[in-house]
Design a protein around this ligand. Structure first.
Ligand code: PRP
Length: 183
């Protein structure tokens, strides 16, 4: 039994549930990229755990790269403007690009990121996300692959943070309100 962090209200997705789903999605991606060699892009920092589990379950030959972007400025509300904090080292012209995200909320980050990467003339751009909160959408953004559609709760763990903490929890949990309301 995994010990639940005292600041976590309840576990929304166990490590086991995530592992099972990640394996299924990895298989679908193998099928999609059969005969090709995608560059799989980890969007730092939240996707790092999902990314490393996903690529280890993919059998297709692939290369990896990392990108850090922000559409939040210093606040908590998405601004709609994308700042690149770390760009890709790979030239993606003519490549199949798979963007790996931990969560889609307003959709602003991926909407802008997809536009930005498409301008570099890749062969294709697909998005795979661990979590999707469709209720929160502000712009049209449909990921090609979603592991879990979730309710609008404040989730942490398995890469997701609150004030940079909780990323190492081996499950996705709902943070207790008291943690962020009294901050
Ligand atoms: C999170 C998440 C997405 C974005 C989703 O990143 O990883 O990139 O927010 O929100 P949106 O759909 O409303 O744009 P965050 O800026 O918290 O950075 P992190 O991954 O380093 O935690």
């Amino acid at each position: 039994m995994v010990e639940v962090h005292p600041n976590v209200e309840y576990v929304m997705l166990t490590g086991q549930q995530i592992t099972r789903r990640v394996k299924m999605v990895a298989k679908q991606l193998d099928k999609l990229y059969e005969g090709r060699k995608p560059v799989v892009v980890c969007i730092l920092k939240g996707s790092v755990i999902f990314f490393s589990d996903l690529i280890r379950n993919m059998k297709t030959p692939l290369t990896i790269d990392f990108m850090a972007v922000s559409s939040y400025g210093n606040g908590t509300k998405s601004t709609g403007e994308l700042t690149i904090k770390k760009d890709l080292a790979t030239d993606i012209k003519g490549r199949d690009v798979l963007i790996v995200e931990d969560i889609i909320d307003s959709g602003n980050t991926l909407y802008n990121l997809k536009k930005l990467l498409n301008a570099r003339a890749p062969a294709s751009v697909n998005i795979v996300t661990l979590l999707d909160k469709p209720e929160r959408r502000e712009v049209p953004m449909e990921p090609e692959y979603t592991c879990f559609v979730i309710e609008d709760e404040f989730v942490v763990g398995y890469g997701l943070d609150y004030a940079e903490e909780y990323r190492n929890l081996p499950y996705v949990g709902v943070l207790k309100r008291s943690v962020y309301e009294n901050a």
